[in-house]
Design a protein around this ligand. Structure first.
Ligand SMILES: [Fe+2]
Ligand SMILES: [Fe+2]
Length: 207
């Protein structure tokens, strides 16, 4: 079978749906490659900063890596703004939706709400923005993680002179994350918080 015969889903047969499922599984295997390609497309979006969106993403991931953060954190830092391409008004939720089946719940939540936390750094300069929008998340157990994510990795990563690692350095980590079994309880670890920084690992990576 090369393609199904039906023109309305309700007319499909078991054989056709099994064929489509096999196709879909093959398609999902290449998610990491599609994301890496999308990151390169980020290079073309949102000019005006001293670094491109890709440069910002790589710099955020590099800072996470150099802080000794684990793979979930590094990949989340790398992809946190990937929603800028198609969802400029809720880019954080968009990125979190991509990450959610494959990273710790803690990281997905931080990416999902980082936009509210970032407002701390610029909201007071603009009319109609609430600088303290992050306060609505005050009771969330990962509030401090998000504050640290934004302070250390996101708001800090617009420096054209920073020694940023290339996309190829992070590609194996992206592949590892998106090769995981989706929604694996051992990955999602609801309620578990992993620190953003690990001084021992940071020291190892610095040498
Ligand atoms: Fe963002
Ligand atoms: Fe960002």
């Amino acid at each position: 079978m090369k393609q199904v015969k039906f023109t309305q889903m309700k007319d499909g047969t078991r054989e056709e749906y099994e064929f489509l499922t096999a196709h879909e599984i093959d398609h999902t295997r290449h998610t990491a490659d599609r994301l890496l390609k999308a990151l390169v497309e980020l290079d073309e979006s949102l000019s005006g900063y001293q670094v491109t969106r890709l440069g910002h993403s790589l710099q955020s991931a590099t800072r996470a890596w150099r802080d000794g953060a684990d793979t979930d954190w590094v990949v989340s830092a790398l992809l946190h703004d990937i929603g800028d391409i198609y969802a400029p008004y809720n880019h954080d939720e968009y990125a979190a939706t991509i990450l959610k089946p494959f990273v710790r719940e803690q990281c997905a939540w931080v990416v999902q709400t980082h936009g509210d936390f970032q407002m701390l750094y610029y909201g007071h300069h603009l009319d109609g923005f609430d600088q303290h929008k992050r306060d609505r998340h005050r009771d969330h157990p990962c509030f401090d993680d998000n504050a640290a994510f934004c302070e250390r990795w996101d708001q800090a990563s617009f420096d054209p002179n920073y020694d940023t690692l290339p996309l190829g350095f992070f590609a194996p980590m992206v592949r590892e994350v998106f090769d995981r079994t989706p929604y694996d309880a051992e990955v999602i670890r609801p309620g578990h918080r992993e620190p953003l920084t690990n001084p021992v690992i940071a020291e190892e990576r610095a040498t």
